[in-house]
Design a protein around this ligand. Structure first.
Ligand code: SAH
Length: 209
């Protein structure tokens, strides 16, 4: 794949992205979110290292998670694991100017890098928080959408607690090197309904450090 457009066309053809996700992803050039030395690999559907032992997820996984999250214009979305800021930028496209993304990252250097990547790409509706996202972010709760981009052993209770009724949580849960991508809906009365999507591999969600 030689360009961002080629990459997104591939994600659409492969079924990871639907038309709306593809439109958002076309506006976010992945090359702006990877280290300069890896720019030649930016348009390959593969995770890439971003420093501090962390990775930017494969674009196919980013597309699928964005699709499963079913984000609507104007929503406030909580993301755990800012990493490069790539997923946050795509979510910012999907919620539009009236919506907002709050993204939490435990590694201060990455939080700052994600902020500068997103600002350079022109996004003003993203708030960057340095801290432990496994506790959620009570200040703006409840959230209609929460996305976790690091692998949890179990679904953190704080996140389901901070999910609004009618809300959706997308999170990889399982062992190191092998998780299931879960889609959890909070129904009326607070009942949780869990559906399993595909197997995935994410870096770990570090809790209580
Ligand atoms: N969404 C990112 C990919 C994130 S990789 C992107 O688009 O590039 C997962 C990130 O989760 C890593 O940067 C890691 O440092 C972070 N992380 C792990 N545990 C965390 C925690 N408890 N709170 C916040 N961030 C965490």
């Amino acid at each position: 794949m030689r360009s961002n457009l080629d990459l997104i066309a591939h994600l659409f053809d492969a079924g990871y992205a639907d038309a709306r996700i593809a439109e958002a992803m076309r506006k976010v050039d992945r090359a702006q979110f990877v280290p300069a030395s890896l720019t030649p690999n930016a348009y390959i559907d593969s995770p890439l290292p971003i420093g501090h032992g962390q990775t930017i997820s494969a674009p196919g996984v980013v597309a699928l998670m964005s699709k499963l999250l079913d984000v609507k214009a104007g929503m406030t979305v909580l993301e755990i694991g800012s990493g490069s800021g790539y997923q946050a930028a795509i979510l910012a496209e999907l919620v539009g100017k009236r919506g907002k993304i709050i993204t939490i990252e435990r590694i201060e250097w990455l939080s700052a890098a994600a902020k500068s990547n997103c600002e350079r790409a022109g996004y003003k509706n993203i708030e960057f928080i340095h801290g432990d996202g496994s506790k959620g972010y009570a200040k703006n709760a409840p959230y209609s959408r929460i996305i976790v981009t690091a692998a949890a052993r179990e679904v953190p209770k704080a996140l389901t607690a901070q999910l609004a009724e009618g809300g959706k949580l997308v999170i990889p849960v399982g062992q190191p090197y092998r998780q299931d991508l879960l889609v959890i809906d909070k129904l009326a009365g607070g009942v949780l309904k869990t559906e399993r999507s595909i197997p995935v591999v994410f870096v770990p969600l570090i809790e209580g450090y």
